[in-house]
Design a protein around this ligand. Structure first.
Ligand SMILES: [Zn+2]
Length: 238
């Protein structure tokens, strides 16, 4: 898979160089799903089924291309749009069932609520309380995750140091089904979207957006079996 992605991204040199020039105002490479599908159908299907892995390989390959930016180790994103409706990759909010957990899909909706933009830890710096070893732990989810054990002394006793951690912006949006897609008297379904980094601050209430994202579940606070679902945005367009 890695070689296929390397070959695909080599053809995007021009766009990648443009992002490098504009970084950090621009930090995302946008890829048309149908273009990826024409390049390699299997890879495109794998992106739908297994987006966490495929997107992380895309981003690793992109980081490994040594793009000259004004900062060292720029944090670049690879984002996808134009997921085809006829294949069932673009859905109504009500169609997003638990069968789609962890899958990539597009939804369309009207923004009806927008939160403040809040800081979120993206790479957390921990120090081992026993030996002082520093650990940088990527934080892909909403929960702060400690290292499993200290790589130096093998114990597990850490302190989190916010000042030395990397942060990103997050924002929650709620979208609901556009009224023109509803049959008379039907209630509009809603879903919450989590947007990060350069996707925050893009949409305001009343905007009609198409979002590409991954469905996630959030466990209940107390013991219970009903999970809360939300969509983690990969791309938002208005
Ligand atoms: Zn230690």
């Amino acid at each position: 898979m890695k070689e296929k992605i390397e070959r695909f991204l080599k053809k995007k040199k021009k766009e990648i160089n443009r992002i490098a020039e504009l970084y950090p105002e621009e930090k995302s490479l946008l890829i048309d799903y149908e273009e990826l599908e024409r390049y390699d159908r299997g890879l495109a299907e794998e992106l739908i089924r297994n987006p966490d892995e495929v997107i992380s390989v895309f981003e690793d390959v992109l980081s490994g291309m040594n793009i000259p930016t004004i900062v060292e180790n720029p944090r670049l994103h690879v984002r996808f749009h134009n997921l085809p409706k006829e294949k069932g990759y673009s859905l109504m909010i009500r169609e997003i069932t638990s069968d789609y957990i962890g899958k990539l899909m597009a939804v369309e909706g009207v923004v009806n609520r927008v939160s403040d933009i809040l800081p979120k830890v993206s790479v957390a710096r921990f120090y081992c309380n026993k030996c002082g070893e520093a650990h940088d732990e990527p934080q892909p989810t909403r929960f702060l995750r400690e290292p499993l054990f200290c790589r130096n002394c093998k114990r597990r006793d850490f302190r989190f140091v916010p000042d030395e951690s990397e942060w990103t912006d997050v924002q929650r949006l709620q979208i609901q089904e556009p009224l023109e897609l509803l049959e008379g008297g039907e209630e509009a379904h809603q879903i919450e979207i989590w947007a990060e980094d350069d996707l925050t601050g893009r949409a305001t209430a009343g905007d009609k957006i198409t979002e590409t994202g991954i469905m996630r579940l959030l466990p209940p606070r107390k013991k219970g079996s009903v999970y809360y679902k939300f969509h983690e945005a990969n791309f938002i367009e208005g």
